[in-house]
Write a protein that binds this ligand. Structure first.
Ligand code: URP
Ligand code: ZN
Ligand code: ZN
Length: 457
């Protein structure tokens, strides 16, 4: 007995066509016309578009940071994701100083176990790159982890130096692991922040003013240079501005293995949002900060021409009432990060597809197919073809929705997109052939999400 998703318009990164999708044991087994046979379970997708489930490769659930912990755990964060049409994510698992990568993974597996409703993988953030940790990097692929993350910012907490970056890139290259970098110059930022505080410049807007685009471009170029010397693959996370994009494009033109993502919020907001009245601007405090309108235009062009191949969220939610408020009177104490895991597909569809920036095929490429290909999920996730997991989203191009924090599903108390009207949204989310969300109702059982054991890069 099969599941048939019948009568929809199937959309992949390469095109769209009318087809039924047959699913057996959680996998897509056929695409074609009138596939339903007696006894099959049929989901009527007529009038809908059938997209591969969204893949968000940059999230921070239950992550300790700046004296607090992101407010979405594996359950609330993943329910929010599923409601928004995302069926897999890759979360950042952070090494504690003095501890091992293995211990960090054990901690993060414990957080997800019994809670997950969508599929999930881990990147390991290397924060204490001593000799034992470097040796441990080569053991990650056998644990299903084929990407590491290095922070070039967050001085004295997460930041590593260039020698450590070089060594990690080398070990990762040899193990078939992709290295991700948070590219901002944390040393210069530290000086700028201290000077701002000394001058009494303490409001949220100074977060943006002490993290100028040049310092993102510098760190991006530095990481690229080291990766190129080693012939190591590199992925720049949350690229926010034109000067950093220039470095990426130059490297790609030289044939270097450099990939880069941007995140949803950088298309919609600018540094001026951090200057909203009172303390409101704290809601937009993230690193790198939102930039200028000109940078937004550059990002739209880059996702069109492919120099940026992924749009993720950097979902790193801190409640406004009890967490962002830690930084009232001192912007350096505002927890860094913004939410967006539920809104990503809807707002990008609205501004990107309906706004004429790119078509539905590129929307699928940027939010599902390219993330899967870049992170060792090729042939398993991110497209609609025989052999792939049946992770499907029934998308209604005509359904209108107003984004509101109170009707969202995250544990956070605000949305950056509050009041935004979208036309086009997911109505049914299917993971491995199981309906997890239908018409806004959660059907998935807690604990039904599975760990993604990813292939080498
Ligand atoms: O401000 C941000 N982006 N917080 C999350 C951690 C990171 O840098 O990705
Ligand atoms: Zn980062
Ligand atoms: Zn992040």
């Amino acid at each position: 007995m099969s599941l048939i998703v019948s009568g929809g318009t199937v959309v992949t990164a390469a095109g769209r066509f009318q087809a039924d999708v047959r699913v057996d044991d959680g996998k897509i087994t056929a695409l074609g016309r009138e596939l339903a046979e007696s006894g099959d379970t049929v989901i009527d997708a007529s009038g809908k578009h059938v997209l591969p489930g969204g893949i968000d490769v940059h999230t921070h659930l239950s992550m300790p940071s700046m004296g607090t912990v992101t407010c979405d755990d594996y359950y609330t964060g993943q329910v929010a994701a599923a409601m928004g049409g995302t069926t897999s994510h890759i979360d950042f698992c952070i090494q504690s100083k003095g501890s091992t990568l293995r211990a960090a993974l054990d901690t993060w597996h414990g957080r997800a176990r019994g809670q997950a409703v969508i599929d999930y993988g881990f990147h390991v953030a290397v924060t204490d790159p001593g000799p034992d940790t470097l040796d441990e990097i080569s053991t990650l692929p056998e644990q299903g982890v084929t990407s590491i993350k290095l922070f070039l910012a967050y001085k004295d907490t997460l930041q590593i130096d260039d020698m450590a970056m070089f060594r990690c890139l080398e070990r990762a290259r040899d193990a078939g692991i992709l290295t991700l970098v948070h590219a901002e110059n944390g040393d210069a930022i530290e000086v700028l922040m201290a000077q701002a505080v000394a001058r009494g410049e303490l409001a949220p807007k100074y977060h943006a003013l002490t993290r100028p685009p040049e310092l993102e471009a510098e760190a991006t170029g530095r990481a690229i240079a080291l990766a190129e010397v080693l012939g190591a693959p590199l992925y720049i996370v949350h690229l926010s501005c034109r000067p950093a994009l220039v470095r990426v494009r130059e490297a790609q033109a030289r044939g270097a293995r450099i990939l880069a993502e941007t995140c949803t919020q950088y298309f919609f907001f600018t540094k001026h949002d951090l200057d909203r009245p009172g303390f409101e601007g704290a809601k937009w405090v993230c690193s790198p900060p939102p930039r200028e309108i000109e940078d937004q235009a550059a990002l739209w062009a880059a996702v069109r021409d492919g120099s940026l191949s992924v749009i993720s969220t950097d979902h790193c939610p801190f409640r406004f009432d009890t967490q962002k408020s830690l930084g009232v009177g001192n912007f350096t104490l505002i927890p860094n990060g913004v939410p967006g895991i539920e809104e990503r597909l809807m707002v990008l569809h609205q501004a990107g597809v309906r706004g004429g920036k790119f078509d539905l095929e590129r929307f699928v490429a940027l939010t599902a197919t390219n993330p899967a290909r870049s992170f060792g999920l090729e042939g398993v996730k991110g497209s609609i073809a025989p052999g792939f997991d049946a992770d499907l989203v029934l998308w209604d191009l005509d359904r209108a929705h107003t984004i509101r924090a109170e009707t969202n599903h995250s544990a956070i108390d605000y949305s950056l997109y509050e009041g935004m009207q979208v036309v086009g949204m997911p109505v049914t989310t299917i993971i491995r052939g199981r309906v997890v969300v239908d018409e806004g109702r959660l059907i998935a059982e807690r604990g039904s999400g599975q760990f993604l054991h990813r292939q080498r890069i």
